[in-house]
Design a protein around this ligand. Structure first.
Ligand SMILES: *[C@@H]1O[C@H](CO)[C@@H](O)[C@H](O)[C@H]1NC(C)=O
Ligand SMILES: *[C@@H]1O[C@H](CO)[C@@H](O)[C@H](O)[C@H]1NC(C)=O
Ligand SMILES: *[C@@H]1O[C@H](CO)[C@@H](O)[C@H](O)[C@H]1NC(C)=O
Ligand SMILES: *[C@@H]1O[C@H](CO)[C@@H](O)[C@H](O)[C@H]1NC(C)=O
Length: 363
């Protein structure tokens, strides 16, 4: 009895001493437009991208920053929570990256552009800076952060690596290239494999804390609700008005991703490979928008050009014929594809305060 009590206290003590949260000292991030803080804009891929103008950036920065939102993104809220500056985009090469760098690029895919091209998916690709390119950028930067294996291990132990969300565009491009649902479903394992390979590369470079987000409930996005609008009532989820098949598709990606992560955890038991459940965190908005202050429901877009969800493909946010709402915090959807700062803030809180990650985020 005595021994049991003693060991109980010892275990509690050990547990306690490990659970005092410590802030990360740097963050490195990879992904697409959900995470890009300026790379796409700096890449000059388009001469006049809509994100280079207001209303993009209207809420927090009061100027366009290259973020695909009215304000801050999940990665910005995570940086703030750690007392770190917002991650500078890697392509802003005059910056200092000691406290982190953002390699994410709007439009980026998990698979290499050549692979997508071979699958007949290439017409709509906005950027070739896929996950592999972003990892190459990280390797270019690394010698300026740490030299020896020992030094890198010490440095990266206190770093958070955000790997995703990524893969959403591989599917977007496939759907827009006219692939059938069955064809797009068939590429999910390849997308997941590309993400798993990226995680593996980072672990080999010294990453020990990796946060890997899954896909959002794309069936609730006003862009997809508009493009895939149907008279068939049973296609819609009565609980939230979202398209059931597209949400099931996002869940399928997320399931395969979590299975791949489980394998990686077995292979690298000393690393913390954490799943971030963007899907459930964002689906809450569709079920109870008012609870989160979204007075205009979860399916209407703040910045758009008319139509049942205020998403109009010929008058998208930032293009002639569109206009932004007065108060984006009333909306989940910013431009039909991306979320508002208010929505990203709730998702980030869900990750930081624990309920939407499968391991605690903080070290
Ligand atoms: C982490 O950063 C936050 C935000 O700056 C700060 O309030 C908190 O005290 C820091 N925690 C630790 C353990 O340093
Ligand atoms: C980097 O260059 C940009 C544009 O020339 C400038 O606005 C910014 O202040 C520079 N940043 C640093 C840290 O030097
Ligand atoms: C991507 O690369 C392909 C092949 O090199 C090229 O044809 C295409 O224009 C590139 N796309 C962008 C957006 O840079
Ligand atoms: C979509 O935008 C176009 C171009 O501005 C406009 O002509 C059309 O009426 C809009 N559609 C809806 C449903 O508002």
């Amino acid at each position: 009895m005595k021994l049991t009590l003693l060991s109980f206290f010892m275990i509690s003590f050990i547990h306690f001493s490990h659970s005092i949260p410590q802030n990360f000292t740097s963050i490195f991030s990879f992904g697409d437009s959900l995470t890009d803080t300026g790379n796409f804009l700096l890449s000059g891929a388009l001469t006049f991208p809509s994100i280079s103008q207001l209303p993009y950036g209207m809420t927090y920065f009061h100027r366009p920053t290259g973020r695909c939102s009215d304000g801050r993104l999940v990665v910005d809220f995570i940086a703030e929570s750690q007392g770190l500056p917002f991650l500078p985009p890697y392509l802003a090469s005059n910056q200092t990256f000691r406290q982190g760098a953002n390699f994410a690029v709007a439009g980026a895919t998990a698979m290499n552009p050549e692979v997508l091209h071979d699958m007949g998916i290439s017409r709509y690709i906005w950027t070739n800076y896929s996950l592999a390119t972003q990892l190459r950028w990280f390797d270019e930067l690394k010698p300026s952060l740490c030299k020896t294996t020992q030094e890198c291990s010490e440095y990266f132990k206190k770093s958070l690596f955000l790997v995703g969300e990524i893969g959403g565009n591989d599917y977007n491009y496939a759907f827009f290239s006219g692939k059938t649902a069955a064809e797009v479903t068939a590429i999910v394992p390849k997308v997941v494999q590309a993400i798993a390979e990226a995680i593996q590369v980072l672990v080999k470079r010294g990453a020990t804390n990796l946060l890997v987000p899954g896909n959002l409930p794309v069936g609730c996005s006003s862009a997809y609700l508009t493009l895939f609008a149907t008279e068939e009532k049973e296609e819609y989820d009565v609980r939230n008005g979202c398209l059931k098949k597209l949400n099931a598709f996002a869940r399928y990606h997320n399931e395969l991703l979590q299975l791949a992560m489980e394998e990686l955890r077995k292979k690298y038991p000393k690393t913390r490979i954490i799943y971030a459940d963007y899907y459930t965190a964002a689906l809450r908005f569709a079920h109870a928008p008012g609870h989160f202050g979204f007075g205009r429901g979860a399916l209407q877009t703040c910045c758009g050009g008319g139509g049942p969800y205020n998403f109009n493909v010929t008058a998208r946010c930032g293009h002639p014929g569109s206009h932004a709402c007065i108060d984006p915090s009333d909306y989940v959807s910013w431009d039909g594809i991306h979320l508002t700062e208010a929505a990203y803030h709730h998702i980030a809180d869900g990750l930081l305060k624990g309920s939407f990650t499968d391991l605690p985020l903080m070290i």
